[in-house]
Design a protein around this ligand. Structure first.
Ligand SMILES: NC(=O)c1ccc[n+]([C@@H]2O[C@H](COP(=O)([O-])OP(=O)(O)OC[C@H]3O[C@@H](n4cnc5c(N)ncnc54)[C@H](O)[C@@H]3O)[C@@H](O)[C@H]2O)c1
Length: 438
């Protein structure tokens, strides 16, 4: 199949692009590299020293003999996005290209506006561009399990059949998102469902759980293909962050009681789920929803698993309960259905001791790059301004600047903008040793 991966330079997108390419799909990677800019703004860096996209793509070509088409530009630039679809003519578009951190969206007004404009306008542009250029193309859109919140009943896959005053109907499952980021995903879901109805577009909304891990078989083939591993309090997903904390002897930071329960999945399952969705497209006019996770854990359970794994490796791991900076239930009922991807053939990689060991070993391998100050939660949901989160290069006029910069880059497709590379001395000094698999 011809598959365009929007956000293909990011954590899920890079691993997915390589996986699909390895499976002999023709893959186009589109990204504006803004994720690398957010690191600079937060004064943070991925634990693993990722390379510029052009170097990643060239390494993949040498190793696999396969080519990835690269389009540097912004999905909020309609002209750019539309021209990419026209030129590449995808059978499926996988849309990862959004601002995906809840804390980032809660920093202040500017970051809330930026998140919603970037995500909602980007997706709206995509819907119009699909309708205009390739209305039969299947949209595979990354949503999040966080769209549902934590209701006191079972969570279904997208729809719920209810009886009300003696009548019965199947309706979209109620959404109770917990941040301006999660709200942007709900707005996206509504816009996508609407365009499936009015224009007959076909779409799959993948309500993904929290992803952990950094290695896939493809990424592990060369150090230059290494993927992101975010451990900071703004972008670091919880299990990755706990492993980094354990590696440097910093207490695992559990927010409140730690009873917050969520769905989780291994990055190797993310890439497989995407391929399964592409190979089994929604019907024209169908807005299909899959809950994309494989296991559920409470945050405290994860901390205890990391503690045990760390101690096996000779690390002393302690757990700290901090006041919860988020507004969320610290203990609650949680039972979310997730059978539709398994029905399509997903064979989950469950979180085993072996996987935790390998995650811990990656964290230990790169621990010199860990800055413990990045663990401190300093985005408080109850405040409308959280300047302490911005430890790096301040981005002023975020909304306008991001849009202008990206549309300039969009004029030169296939050119990777200069800010794609790292200018962090630590990254440049990073080891060039062989990158071995788990
Ligand atoms: N990582 C997770 O645990 C997780 C969980 C649930 C859902 N998701 C969803 O999966 C998707 C990918 O997440 P990720 O962890 O890979 O994030 P990421 O930040 O690592 O990657 C996103 C990529 O999109 C690019 N991007 C953002 N806005 C863009 C724009 N306007 N134009 C072009 N490119 C743009 C970024 O530069 C980045 O490379 C997101 O939509 C996210 O909401 C992720």
């Amino acid at each position: 199949m011809r598959i365009a991966v929007l956000g293909g330079d990011g954590y899920c997108g890079w691993a997915t692009s390589l996986y699909l390419s390895e499976k002999n799909h023709s893959v186009a990677v589109l990204d504006n590299f803004v994720r690398r800019e957010w690191d600079k703004e937060l004064g943070a860096q991925t634990l693993t020293p990722i390379r510029p996209l052009d170097e990643r793509v060239e390494t993949w070509r040498k190793i696999s003999g396969k080519t990835l088409d690269v389009f540097g530009g912004d999905v909020t630039d309609y002209g750019f996005l539309s021209s990419v679809l026209k030129e590449f003519r995808p059978d499926a578009v996988v849309h990862f290209a959004e601002q995906r951190s809840a804390p980032y969206s809660m920093i202040d007004l500017e970051h809330a506006v930026f998140t919603q404009v970037n995500n909602v306008v980007g997706t709206l542009n995509l819907l119009f561009a699909l309708r205009e250029n390739c209305p039969d193309c299947h949209l595979v859109k990354l949503g999040t399990m966080g769209e549902y919140g934590t209701p006191n009943i079972d969570i279904e896959e997208g729809y719920i059949t209810i009886e009300h005053n003696g009548r019965r109907d199947t309706l979209p499952y109620p959404k109770q998102p917990g941040s301006f980021y999660h709200l942007s995903k709900v707005h996206d879901s509504h816009n996508i469902a609407f365009t499936c109805k009015i224009w007959g577009l076909r779409a799959t909304d993948l309500n993904q759980g929290v992803v952990y891990g950094t290695l896939t078989d493809e990424v592990a083939r060369d150090e230059a293909l290494i993927n992101r591993f975010d451990y900071d309090q703004v972008f670091g997903t919880v299990l990755n962050r706990f492993c980094a904390q354990a590696a440097v002897g910093y207490p695992l930071t559990v927010y409140g009681k730690g009873g917050q329960t969520r769905g989780f999945l291994d990055l190797r399952d993310t890439v497989r789920c995407i391929e399964l969705a592409c190979l089994n497209p929604a019907a024209p006019g169908e807005f299909r929803v899959f809950n994309q996770f494989t296991e559920q854990f409470s945050v405290l359970e994860l901390a205890q698993l990391v503690q045990t794994a760390g101690e096996k490796l000779g690390l002393k791991v302690t757990v700290d309960h901090l006041p919860d900076p988020r507004v969320e239930a610290e203990a609650h009922y949680y039972n979310a259905k997730h059978s539709r991807l398994v029905d399509l053939g997903l064979k989950p990689h469950l979180l085993s001791e072996a996987l935790l060991d390998s995650l811990m070993n990656i964290a230990i391998r790169y621990r010199d790059r860990i800055e413990p100050a990045q663990f401190e939660p300093n985005v408080n949901w109850r405040q409308t301004s959280n300047p302490l989160a911005l430890r790096g290069k301040r981005r002023t006029g975020l909304v306008a600047k991001a849009t202008r910069k990206a549309s300039r880059n969009g004029k030169s497709r296939r050119e990777v903008p200069t800010f794609a590379g790292s200018d962090s001395p630590a990254e440049n000094a990073a080891s060039k040793g062989t990158f071995s698999s788990q």
